[in-house]
Ligand binder design. Structure first.
Ligand code: HC1
Length: 571
C-alpha cells in the first residue's frame, strides 16, 4: 500500500489504484463522464481533473504514488470542469424532457451538480439522421458526447468491434465501419453499449406503443412471458434492491395492464433443459458434434455466425426458452383454449436487447405464426407500469396462470452465468444415471469468473464443461476448441455454456440502469436464493412440463419437439 492525502486527509490504498477510485474510498466523489469503474480508463473528457502536488491531472488515468497530496476541488478545478461541460453541452441537444434517458442521464446530472445555468457558446446542431436499422438498438449521434465507453465495451469486453470513432473534434461520432449501420454491421445486439452510454445516444428499439395497441384491441389475446433475470431486477426501477425477487408483483402488474394470460419463461427454460439435456446425452452416446454449445443467448448466436461459423454445428439445435414458449403458446395453448393463433399476441419481457433481434429471425415461426410477436425490455415494462400509474412496490403478489408457468429452481438460475449448465447437469445426471443427485448445486460453475471449467463424473465418464460470459471470454473457450479441432487433438470440452453478457442475463442490455457489474452480482445472488427456496429444483420434475409432454409433445427430441422447438444455424 501507499499513503496519500486527499484534501488533507491521509489515506492508505493499494499501489496502482486510480486516483478516482482512491478518492471514492475516501468518500469523495470526483465527477466523471468517460470513466466507468467496469471499463479500462481512457482519459478522454477531462471532467475528473484534480490537483496532485500542485499540478493538474486527470484522476481517471493517474495512479496513486507514495506521498501524493491530492486536491479534488479548487477554483481552477471547478471552473475547468464547468467549461468542459459547457463545451459538451454546446453540441448536445437541449431536449432532455423528451429524451429516453431523462432522469438517468449522467450529463444531465453533472450539469445540475456543477451548476451550469447557461452556455456561453453558439449552439451547434449536428442534424444527423438517427440509425434505426437494428431491430434492437437505436443510435442517435446527435446526442453522443464522444466519451468512448460504448466502443470500449464493444471492443474489449465483448470483442465484437461493431462501432468506432469517426471524424474529429466537434464532428466526432460513433458509427459502424465502412458505411454499415447498426442493422447491417457485425453488431450482435447485446446492448452493452446501451448499458454503458452515459447519455441517450444509444438505446433500445422501443416497443411500448405496440403493446398498448395490442392491449387495446378487443380482437387480440395478449399472452405474456417473463424471463428469469427480470424477476430480480425490475424492482430497481421502483426503488427496490437489486436481487429482490418481485415475480409475483410482475404477474400482478401485467394483469393490471390488461394482459390476458400471464405465463413464465422459466417454464420454457425447464422445457429447454428437457430438450437440450436429451440432446446432450444423445450426442455423448454417439460421440457426435461435441462439445455441445448452448444456444439460448441470441447475441452469442450472432457472434458465432459472424466469427465462428465453423463451430455452428456444435450449437444446440434447441431454440431459446423465449422462442419455445412462443411456439407452445401458438400451438398447444391456442388449441387447448380454442383461440386462433392469429388472434394471439405473444409478448415477452426480457432483460435483453438481442431478444428483439431473435424474435424476428426468419426461422422463428415454425408453427406458421411468429413464436414471439413483441419483446419488451425490463426497462420498457417499468415505463408501462409507470404510465399506467401502478404502484409497483405496493402491489400484492399474484400467481401466474396455470399450464405454462410452473418452474423449478433450475429454470430460475438460467438468468445467471453458469445457470444453464447447472440446470442441464442436474437433469442429464439423473436421466443418465437413474439416480437422485446427492447435491443439486454445482458450485464449480457458479460465480463471476470470466471462464469457469469443471469436470463432472457422469456414470463413469468424465464430462469436461466450460462456462463463459461476456463474448471476449467466449472467444478464449472457442479458440481452444477451434485449435484442438484444427490440430486433430482431443476436444477440450464436452459441453460449453456461453452467455453474451457479463454476468449472464442479469447483466443484459435491457436491464434497469445503471447496471454495473457489482449490481449484476446482487441480481445473481437473488436468483440463487430463489433456486434454494423452491421445492422443485430440477427441470424434469416440473409437473406442467411433464403434462406438456404427456398431452402434446410426447418424447423429448421427438418429432413434434423437433418441428416446433428446434432450429439450426447455417455456416
Ligand atoms: Fe435469458 Fe433465457 S436465460 S437467454 O439470459 O435462456 O434474455 O433471463 O430469458 O430465452 O429462460 C435472457 C434471462 C432468458 C431465454 C431463459
Amino acid at each position: 500500500t501507499v499513503t496519500i492525502t486527499i484534501n488533507g486527509t491521509p489515506l492508505q490504498v493499494e499501489e496502482g489504484t486510480l486516483l478516482v477510485e482512491a478518492a471514492s474510498r475516501a468518500d469523495v466523489e470526483i465527477p466523471t463522464l468517460c470513466y466507468h469503474e467496469d471499463l479500462s480508463p481512457r482519459g478522454i473528457c477531462g471532467i475528473c481533473l484534480v490537483k496532485v502536488n500542485g499540478e493538474y491531472v486527470r484522476s481517471c488515468i493517474t495512479r496513486v504514488q507514495e506521498g501524493m497530496e491530492v486536491v479534488t476541488s479548487d477554483p481552477v478545478i471547478r471552473e475547468t470542469r464547468r467549461k468542459i461541460l459547457e463545451l459538451i453541452l454546446a453540441t448536445h441537444p437541449d431536449d432532455c424532457l423528451k429524451c429516453i434517458k431523462h432522469g438517468k442521464c449522467e450529463l444531465q446530472d453533472l450539469a445540475e451538480r456543477l451548476e451550469v445555468r447557461s452556455i456561453p457558446y453558439d449552439k451547434y446542431e449536428r442534424g444527423l439522421p438517427v440509425d434505426r436499422t437494428s431491430p434492437s438498438i437505436v443510435r442517435d449521434m446527435n446526442k453522443c458526447i464522444g466519451c468512448g465507453r460504448c466502443i470500449e465495451v464493444c471492443h474489449n469486453v465483448q470483442s465484437v468491434g461493431a462501432i468506432f470513432f469517426h471524424h474529429r473534434g466537434s464532428h466526432t461520432i460513433v458509427a459502424n465501419a465502412a458505411g454499415q449501420t447498426m442493422g447491417t454491421s457485425v453488431c450482435v445486439a447485446c446492448g452493452q453499449c446501451v448499458v454503458y452510454c452515459p447519455v441517450g445516444a444509444l438505446y433500445e428499439k422501443e416497443a411500448v406503443e405496440r403493446v398498448w395497441e395490442a392491449l387495446a384491441d378487443p380482437e387480440k389475446v395478449v399472452v405474456a412471458q417473463i424471463a428469469p433475470a427480470v424477476r430480480v431486477a425490475l424492482g430497481e426501477e421502483f426503488g427496490m434492491k437489486p436481487g429482490e425477487l418481485v415475480i409475483g408483483k410482475i404477474y400482478a402488474a401485467l394483469r393490471r395492464l390488461g394482459v390476458d394470460y400471464v405465463f413464465d419463461t422459466n417454464f420454457s427454460a425447464d422445457l429447454t433443459i428437457m430438450e437440450e439435456g436429451t440432446e446432450f446425452l444423445h450426442r455423448l452416446e454417439k460421440g457426435e458434434r461435441l462439445p455441445l454449445i448452448t444456444s439460448c443467448s441470441p447475441g452469442w448466436i450472432k457472434f458465432a455466425e459472424t466469427y465462428y461459423p465453423d463451430l455452428l454445428p456444435h450449437l444446440s439445435t434447441c431454440k431459446s426458452p423465449q422462442q419455445m414458449m412462443g411456439a407452445v403458446v401458438k400451438t398447444y395453448f391456442a388449441q387447448a383454449k380454442g383461440i386462433p393463433p392469429s388472434r394471439i399476441v405473444s409478448l415477452s419481457v426480457m432483460p435483453c436487447t438481442a431478444k428483439k433481434f431473435e424474435a424476428q429471425r426468419e426461422e422463428m415461426r415454425d408453427s406458421g405464426f411468429w413464436d414471439v410477436d413483441i419483446v419488451l425490455t425490463t426497462r420498457e415494462l417499468a415505463r408501462m407500469i409507470r404510465q399506467a400509474g401502478i404502484r409497483f412496490d405496493q402491489l400484492k403478489e399474484e400467481p401466474a396462470d396455470p399450464v405454462l408457468s410452473s418452474y423449478s429452481g433450475a429454470a430460475t438460475i438460467f438468468g445467471a452465468t453458469g445457470g444453464v449448465m447447472e440446470a442441464a447437469l442436474r437433469t442429464a445426471y439423473e436421466l443418465k444415471t437413474g439416480k437422485s443427485l446427492p447435491r443439486v448445486e454445482f458450485a464449480q460453475v457458479r460465480g463471476v469468473k470470466g471462464v469457469k471449467e469443471a469436470v463432472i463424473e457422469l456414470n463413469g465418464t468424465q464430462i469436461r464443461v466450460a462456462v463463459a460470459h461476456g463474448l471476449s471470454n467466449a472467444r478464449k473457450v472457442l479458440d481452444r476448441v477451434r485449435e484442438a479441432k484444427e490440430r486433430g487433438e482431443p476436444l477440450p470440452y464436452h459441453f460449453i455454456e456461453v452467455m453474451a453478457c457479463p454476468g449472464g442475463c442479469v447483466g443484459g442490455g435491457g436491464q434497469p440502469l445503471p447496471s454495473p457489474l457489482k449490481k449484476r452480482e446482487e441480481r445473481l445472488m437473488g436468483l440463487y436464493a430463489e433456486d434454494g427456496a423452491l421445492s422443485v429444483r430440477k427441470s424434469h420434475e416440473n409437473p406442467e412440463v411433464r403434462a406438456l409432454y404427456e398431452h402434446f409433445l410426447k418424447e423429448p427430441n421427438g418429432e413434434l419437439p423437433h418441428t416446433l422447438l428446434h432450429t439450426h444455424y447455417e455456416p
